[in-house]
Ligand binder design. Structure first.
Ligand SMILES: *[C@@H]1O[C@H](CO)[C@@H](O)[C@H](O)[C@H]1NC(C)=O
Ligand SMILES: *[C@@H]1O[C@H](CO)[C@@H](O)[C@H](O)[C@H]1NC(C)=O
Ligand SMILES: *[C@@H]1O[C@H](CO)[C@@H](O)[C@H](O)[C@H]1NC(C)=O
Ligand SMILES: *[C@@H]1O[C@H](CO)[C@@H](O)[C@H](O)[C@H]1NC(C)=O
Ligand SMILES: *[C@@H]1O[C@H](CO)[C@@H](O)[C@H](O)[C@H]1NC(C)=O
Ligand SMILES: *[C@@H]1O[C@H](CO)[C@@H](O)[C@H](O)[C@H]1NC(C)=O
Ligand SMILES: *[C@@H]1O[C@H](CO)[C@@H](O)[C@H](O)[C@H]1NC(C)=O
Ligand SMILES: *[C@@H]1O[C@H](CO)[C@@H](O)[C@H](O)[C@H]1NC(C)=O
Length: 203
């Protein structure tokens, strides 16, 4: 008998990140660089004022993850997200910026090394909007609509640490064969600039 059900995520979709993103090989657009699109459409680039197609999946719906690259959601346990302002400040730096490791050697939780926290829109731990993970029980991302997503976990002290835990409910139903499709949402406060409504697609 298994104590925990392992829920496999086929895909991870950073929908709302502006100046920070949830990086993982299971995400759409994992290898998108500033050159991939006619405009800079890296995962951390803001989404405000975009058309639906440019906003949905961050415009990365055709930049699918490799088969087998899944983000696991262990039921009843925390799942740890890795959030940074640039891919080169994550564990996946080797596939960004010619392999330069930009992580902060003395502070593994530094979201944006070398930058003020205003780069990820916070003045401190008491100035955070929070993040959410949502799930759609369909492995076929092209079939998923915004209304298919259900938020199942939030972290209110987010974006503040590169490694951020999301508690996965113990009674999360298992995903269909092929996994589920998930979305990452972030809302920040207005204090360090930028309109927080640009990220508020939690409903
Ligand atoms: C979005 O559109 C509004 C209204 O046109 C405008 O005031 C605002 O500057 C735009 N924001 C961005 C980030 O383009
Ligand atoms: C991302 O780039 C790495 C290094 O080139 C490659 O191994 C990996 O398959 C790529 N992933 C996707 C989803 O294209
Ligand atoms: C990667 O290296 C090439 C060749 O040295 C250079 O032209 C390019 O600017 C580098 N790109 C980044 C993002 O550092
Ligand atoms: C990390 O990537 C950002 C954005 O491309 C770049 O500005 C920065 O110089 C890079 N850091 C390092 C240490 O290469
Ligand atoms: C790394 O983190 C430490 C502790 O927060 C900070 O003092 C230092 O300025 C950071 N280094 C860089 C390059 O951001
Ligand atoms: C970061 O920016 C804020 C707002 O401009 C400023 O008040 C603060 O002193 C800066 N912090 C550092 C460490 O430079
Ligand atoms: C995903 O859904 C689309 C639209 O319904 C369909 O055309 C496609 O065949 C499906 N892909 C898979 C792998 O089932
Ligand atoms: C939010 O993430 C932080 C950093 O990983 C963690 O310490 C905290 O327990 C998390 N909060 C919740 C409610 O899971």
């Amino acid at each position: 008998m298994f104590k925990h059900t392992l829920i496999a995520l086929a895909t991870l979709v950073p929908l709302a990140a502006s100046h920070s993103a949830f990086f993982h090989p299971s995400m759409f657009g994992f290898n998108v660089t500033d050159d991939t699109f006619p405009f800079d459409n890296r995962p951390a680039v803001p989404l405000k004022n975009r058309t639906f197609n440019d906003w949905w999946f961050h415009g990365h719906l055709n930049f699918t993850p490799n088969a087998g690259d899944i983000f696991e959601l262990p039921a009843g346990m925390p799942a740890t997200a890795e959030i940074a302002c640039n891919k080169n400040a994550t564990s996946y730096f080797a596939t960004a910026n010619n392999g330069t490791d930009a992580r902060n050697a003395t502070n593994p939780n530094d979201v944006c090394p070398g930058k003020n926290s205003t780069a990820y829109h916070t003045l401190g731990k008491d100035d955070l909007g929070g993040c959410a993970l949502a799930i759609a029980y369909n492995s076929n991302a092209t079939e998923v609509a915004p209304s298919d997503f259900t938020v199942f976990s939030v972290n209110q002290t987010c974006v503040f640490t590169r490694f951020t835990d999301f508690q996965v409910p113990a009674r999360m139903p298992a995903c269909p064969p092929g996994g589920c499709t998930c979305a990452f949402f972030w809302i920040h406060t207005q204090n360090s600039g930028g309109n927080p409504e640009s990220e508020s697609i939690l409903q």
